[in-house]
Design a protein around this ligand. Structure first.
Ligand SMILES: Cc1cc2nc3c(=O)[nH]c(=O)nc-3n(C[C@H](O)[C@H](O)[C@H](O)COP(=O)(O)OP(=O)(O)OC[C@H]3O[C@@H](n4cnc5c(N)ncnc54)[C@H](O)[C@@H]3O)c2cc1C
Length: 463
């Protein structure tokens, strides 16, 4: 079978690996001139580094199994992070249960309630009752209004912007569960994994294997249209190419899928979906049966109803370290970012020649900051950084790299399970494997591997 995969992030690459291992001819289309999507990298000093900060968790079994299979498990190292929270103009250590007990912004009873909430989340598996309540209700019920208002409300607001009031209890439960399981058996010790050469090492290795298996990887090839060439064949179009495939797997956002499904004739995919022959020359789109039109329109509407938040991420190369912490969560409104991640406090200086700090902000793409000029964003972020670290001098900043991702975080709203799109689309032969299908867990490298494998399996089962 000839299979097109749209998007060469970790999901598309994993699916490509599995399908090419099963003897199918895969062609990956990637709109950027590099592989990896959100897990791609940039170069700093003599080292590659993730464009957006990444680490893995000890519970990331699918990802770990894949790097075992690729024979690069020797590249993974495990580190014990030091975490903190910035709140009320102060930095509080927040790594161990003892840190929580000593956390002054909350009353003692609130600290204990929050500790119990975090601890218990790890042992909860049935999330069905959390789906229909908001994260706010979920937290207040378990640890009180004080904990919600002081710690979680600012965090959820800065992650989900104006959608923060509709975030599901499932999302927050799962975040706490994941952090709990990353502590392994010792509750006191969280371990995070990072890979020599950045996650690019995994991405490149998968790419190599796909090519060895006879696949193609096309960079700088943005797919602009998916339509039907003749019965049972798809036509995949870019600005300068057109090719036919038996199956198509789409791995970017559902909104983009909805836009590329717009066929110029407006009918081809409808016929494919209904398992009919293409319309005759005299048959205009207006003559298509109403229920078919409704069917595709309904599917596109459901794809467009999946919202995302974008991310702006700065990589600062500094001549001095900012703090002893790897991960600083900013739980204070008014700052332009929600995270300060000092990567070199986790993995050491390596060949970077600098201390590396990421500043991360989630926001809606409609927020003017998302499309503001780089210098304007940088100025705002550095001003915020100086509020957290008033002693920082401009001279310590050697270089800044700014990256933006329009589709960075799916918005998991109430009863999300009911609206989550399936991998097998209503259009026969077209499959979707995209971050919003990771549920109840939240997006992550491990789940990208799992989703890519699941999509490949579905395609193979339906041959
Ligand atoms: C700020 C940030 C921090 C993160 N930190 C972590 C972490 O610490 N640990 C962790 O496990 N996960 C983390 N993640 C999540 C992780 O990066 C993602 O879950 C994973 O990379 C998703 O891979 P993907 O292939 O599903 O999607 P993507 O990486 O988005 O891949 C989709 C690809 O499709 C391409 N594309 C889009 N449209 C087209 C088109 N029309 N034609 C061709 N190509 C197209 C895109 O360019 C992209 O390469 C983080 C994500 C962000 C944003």
């Amino acid at each position: 079978m000839n299979i097109a995969i749209i998007g060469a992030g970790l999901t598309g690459l994993t699916a490509g690996l599995r399908l090419s291992q099963s003897g199918h001819k895969v062609t990956l289309y990637e709109k950027e001139n590099y592989l990896g999507g959100l897990s791609s990298s940039v170069n700093i000093g003599s080292e590659a580094i993730d464009r957006f900060y990444h680490h893995i968790f000890v519970s990331d079994s699918e990802f770990l199994a894949l790097i075992d299979e690729l024979n690069i498990n020797n590249l993974i190292n495990w580190y014990e992070p030091k975490n903190a929270i910035y709140i009320n103009d102060n930095l509080y250590p927040f790594t161990t249960p003892l840190d929580l007990l000593l956390f002054k912004p909350l009353s003692l009873i609130s600290r204990i309630r929050m500790g119990i909430m975090v601890l218990c989340s790890r042992f909860i598996n049935d999330y069905s009752t959390f789906e229909s309540i908001t994260a706010k209700e979920w937290i207040i019920k378990r640890s009180g209004k004080d904990v919600w208002e002081k710690v979680w409300e600012p965090l959820i607001k800065s992650k989900f912007d104006f959608d923060s009031n509709s975030i599901s209890g499932t999302w927050i439960w799962n975040k706490l569960k994941l952090r709990g399981t990353s502590r392994g058996k010792s509750l006191n010790k969280e371990m995070l994994g990072y890979i020599d050469g950045a996650f690019k090492s995994v991405i490149d290795k998968i790419g190599e294997q796909i090519i060895k298996n006879g696949g193609n990887i096309l960079l700088n090839k943005e797919v602009t249209k998916i339509s039907k060439a003749e019965k049972d064949l798809f036509e995949v179009l870019t600005q300068d190419s057109k090719a036919s495939y038996d199956k198509v797997l789409f791995t970017s956002s559902p909104t983009i899928l909805s836009s590329v499904l717009q066929d110029s004739a407006g009918t081809d995919l409808l016929n494919l979906e209904a398992g009919k022959n293409p319309p005759s020359a005299i048959e205009s789109p207006a003559h298509q049966p109403k229920d078919e039109e409704n069917h595709l329109a309904h599917y596109k509407k459901s794809l467009n109803s999946i919202a995302y938040k974008a991310n702006i991420c700065l990589i600062l190369e500094l001549s001095e370290s900012l703090s002893p912490y790897y991960w600083i969560t900013v739980a204070q409104e008014g700052l332009p970012f929600v995270l300060i991640v000092e990567h070199t406090n986790l993995v050491g200086l390596r060949g970077y020649d600098s201390h590396i700090v990421y500043l991360s902000r989630y926001l809606d793409v409609s927020n003017p900051l998302y499309s503001a000029p780089d210098q304007c964003v940088i100025k705002k972020f550095i001003k915020g950084l100086k509020k957290v670290f008033p002693d920082i001098k401009d001279g310590i900043i050697k270089n800044i790299t700014l990256s933006r991702a329009p589709f960075a975080q799916p918005v998991i709203t109430l009863d999300y399970g009911k609206k989550m799109p399936a991998i097998k689309t209503p259009i026969e032969g077209l499959y979707l494997a995209s971050m919003p299908q990771i549920y109840p867990e939240d997006r992550g490298l491990n789940y990208a591997v799992r989703l890519g494998e699941k999509a490949a399996n579905e395609i193979l089962e339906n041959l």
